[in-house]
Ligand binder design. Sequence first.
Ligand code: ZN
Ligand code: ZN
Length: 251
Amino acid sequence: MISGRSLLKKYWEEARNRTSIFFFAPACPICETPLLWRDEWFLCRDCRERMRRKEGHHCRFCGKFMAGETTVCGECAIARPPFLCHRSFAAYEDPMKRAIHSYKYRAIEPLKRILAAYLMELVAHEIDRKIDAVTAIPPDPGRHRPFHPTIELARTLAKKTAIPFRPDLLRKAVSTPPQVSLNRKDRREGLKMAFVVPATASVKGKTILLIDDVYTTGTTMKVCAAALSRKGGRVIGLTLAQSTWGEDESD
Ligand SMILES: [Zn+2]
Ligand SMILES: [Zn+2]
C-alpha cells in the first residue's frame, strides 16, 4: 500500500518533470517554439509542414516556378542554359529562408541532414537519369571559412544517395568581389573567368549534379555548368530554394 508521503513525492516528481519539460524543452531553431510533441524532431511541426517541396508549374530547363501552363520561361526560350536542367526544392521565403541562414551561419548539424533530405527528395522526384557524380559550387578562395555549407550539403547528399562525391571537379581560381558591388553584366564577366575545371578532373560524358543553396539569377550555376560542359560534362543543378529578386546568395 502506498503511504501518503510517497504519494506526495510521486506527484511532486511528476509536476517537476512536466515543468522541466516545458522550461528545458529544446526549441525549433527556426521559429524558437519549444518542441513539446513526440513527433517533433529538431524542427517544429509548423516549420516542417511549411517546408514542403513546391509542386506545380516550372520552366523545364531552369526550373523557375511559374504560374499557368507554360513549360519554358521567357529567358530559356531566348537562350537555353548550359545545364540540362535545374530544380529548386522550395521558394526562398520563410521558414526555408531562415533554415538556410541558420545552417550557413551557425553550422547546425541536424539542419544539414534535414536540408540534404530535401535535396534527396528532389533527386527522387525530378531526376530520371543515372548520375555519375555530385559536386558543389566551390567556395571563393578569398573568403576563408572553417566550414563550407554548400560543400558539406553536397557531401551529405552524395553519402545518402551513394553517388560519388567529387568536390574536385570545379575550382574557383580567382576571388571575385561580393555581388552588391558590381552590376549584373560585369559580375557575369568576372565569374566566367573565375571557375575552372582542373586538368585532372575527368568529366567527359559524365552527368554531374551541381549543388547550391539558393538560385536567383542563376549566373553562378550557369558559369559553372558552362565550364563543365566545355569539358564534355552534362550538368543538372539542384538548389534548396529559388528567389526572384536580388543576386545569388552563395557568392
Ligand atoms: Zn518552427
Ligand atoms: Zn527557364
